[in-house]
Design a protein around this ligand. Sequence first.
Ligand code: CUA
Length: 333
Amino acid sequence: MIYLFGLLAMNHWPIWAQSKPFWLPAPESTTAPVMDRVFYLILAICSFFFLVIVGLMVLFVIRYRRRPGVEPGRTATHHNTLEIVWTVIPLLIVGLIFYKGFAAYMDMQTAPPGCYEIRVSARQWAWQFIYPNGHVDENLHVPVDEPVRLIMTSEDVIHGIAIPAFRVKMDLVPGMYTSTWFRAVRPGTYDLYCTEFCGDDHSDMLALVVVHGPGDFEKWLKDAANFLKTLPPAEAGEMLYRRRGCSQCHSTDGTAGTGPSFLGIYGKTHSMAGGESVVVDDNYIRESILEPQKKIRAGYQPVMATYQGIVSDDDITALIEFIKKLNQDNPTP
Ligand code: CUA
């Protein structure tokens, strides 16, 4: 108990609660240590009462076990002082947990003014991070030591964004916007997960958070946004293939995923679910991107959402060149 009160009174927490904890990733955002303190506070309280309750239980089981010749006495029905004590103490503890938790939650929810804003769009099963200059990326790139606000929505079902190193977690809900914010403290690369079960490939709905050092972020963003103009179309197409989330469902090595593989499909004739045959040419690829429900390849589910309004004509041209190039790079014998 003394230890517990010591923990509460302290402004500086023990080193094991501050630096790299063994079951959590090292805290890499300004809010992470605040969250960790609440976590360790609740853990300490729970551990203390677990030991007291289980300890007393074991002691009583042994001490007051039934023995031959000993009759159970009358049990007390009321003990006012005891009942007040065991009501008031938990009430104070729960009040403290609420206060600490709510304060940390408000910290996490209330973005400081002047945040750098990034839009996040989730779909089965990919992330899209949309930057103020229109650039779309499959990974989240952020500047170090600057507050970043994510404004998020989903295109289909509920997804959840979680960046364990930042202690950030928030749901993305179709038809509404949610937001969260963080300030990264160190350049580096961290994991980002989807934490709502959103279908078959939920566990593959991963991305990276790249925290850029001072000045690097602006340079990265400028280069990243220009790739369609600076790269050859097939290479730009490959970038789009990864960034726009095509890679989540369409492989490039021939393995069937949620959708057919892109390998070797160009120029081939395929049978559709409706029974007709279709040659995979430029127009078919374009139609499949903009109106994916129109012709479904036999053996696959009609699960793809349209990219109408999301990819431009230049994007589609680059993607077609990328699919074509897969044929040239892997000639069939
Ligand atoms: Cu998206 Cu799980």
